[in-house]
Design a protein around this ligand. Structure first.
Ligand SMILES: Nc1nc2c(ncn2[C@@H]2O[C@H](COP(=O)(O)OP(=O)(O)OP(=O)(O)O)[C@@H](O)[C@H]2O)c(=O)[nH]1
Ligand SMILES: [Mg+2]
Length: 288
């Protein structure tokens, strides 16, 4: 093997492994989407086409990368969760983040014309940044997911009221901002209801709850398993036989990947879907 005098540069490559046995969350976020959304005149505060496009790109990422167990998205961001036992790319942060960001961006641009058939995409093209964070316990991961969904709710209630005051109430942005200054959730609900006959509860779930993307299997009864405790107790790499790995791979490939708008803060969502935490495929639902 020829060792050139240039080879020493390889030593500059530093390890960037993420801590083993932790849940990895890769969150991507649209760069400069305030400007991007204005360029294509997206509806305010929520443009259904834009959200559907984000969800379709995220669904494609989950399809392409079976190590992602669940993803959650709102506005111009998406969080992708890799199971704590996942060893994809030897858990190297830069490889994981760049793979997810580029796969997502590729699909986003590819799918653009499906969701915006009458708008030609032109430079500056959409791009996304990404970061990886490790969460050591299941509670940390659950709290992370809850944090994003609470953020979705708080922002959406504010934005819905803000833009209603402008679009239906005839206010300018300064007046709307002043009206909402110091208000609580109940006040915003009351403004929407008493002034505009809008019941916030009846707003679309996709706006209120954001979007969850995951492989769908047969739901189980809560209380029939102990997955949460078992997965937290895993300490060492899980050894699986080749045939078991092949089996899981086939089941995963067969599973339907769904986009739903559900409460992921309460236990119920996780209790009914043990495969999200166990990383073991569930039963394929019977076709209707
Ligand atoms: N009109 C409209 N705008 C949206 C929608 N979803 C996201 N956006 C825009 O995207 C922005 C996302 O917020 P940020 O990520 O904080 O802002 P950003 O401009 O992308 O800035 P950086 O992420 O720091 O690059 C919002 O403030 C909106 O301006 C939508 O459905 N409709
Ligand atoms: Mg952004």
């Amino acid at each position: 093997m020829a060792n050139s005098k240039f080879e020493y540069v390889k030593q500059f490559e530093q390890p960037d492994q993420l801590l083993p046995n932790t849940w990895i969350v890769v969150r991507i976020d649209g760069r400069g989407f305030t400007k991007f959304s204005a360029k294509y005149s997206w509806e305010k505060p929520n443009d259904k086409r834009a959200l559907d496009l984000m969800n379709a790109a995220a669904r494609a990422v989950v399809t392409d990368l079976p190590d992602i167990t669940i993803a959650y998205g709102v506005s111009d961001e998406f969080s992708f969760v890799l199971h704590k036992t996942c060893t994809l790319f030897e858990r190297r942060a830069s490889k994981l983040v760049s793979t997810i960001v580029s796969t997502f961006t590729g699909h986003y641009i590819y799918l653009w014309s499906t969701y915006f058939p009458d708008m030609l995409l032109s430079p500056p093209l959409p791009s996304f940044d990404g970061r990886a964070v490790c969460y050591p316990s299941l509670q940390n991961l659950r709290d992370y997911m809850s944090w994003r969904q609470v953020d979705c709710h708080v922002n959406n209630l504010y934005n819905t009221t803000f833009w209603t005051l402008i679009q239906l109430g005839g206010m300018d942005t300064t007046e709307a901002e002043k009206t909402l200054n110091g208000t609580f959730s109940a006040d915003k609900n009351e403004i929407l209801f008493s002034k505009f006959s809008i019941n916030y509860n009846n707003e679309p779930e996709i706006f209120k709850k954001g979007s969850v993307v995951f492989r769908d299997y047969e739901l189980v009864e809560p209380g029939t398993h102990n997955v949460a405790v078992e997965v937290d107790n895993i300490a060492e790499p899980v050894q699986q036989s080749k045939s078991q790995l092949e089996n899981d791979k086939k089941k995963r490939a067969k599973a339907r990947i769904v986009v739903e708008h559900l409460d992921i803060i309460k236990d119920d969502f996780w209790d009914r879907r043990p495969w999200l935490l166990s990383n073991k495929p569930g039963k394929t639902p019977k076709q209707p």
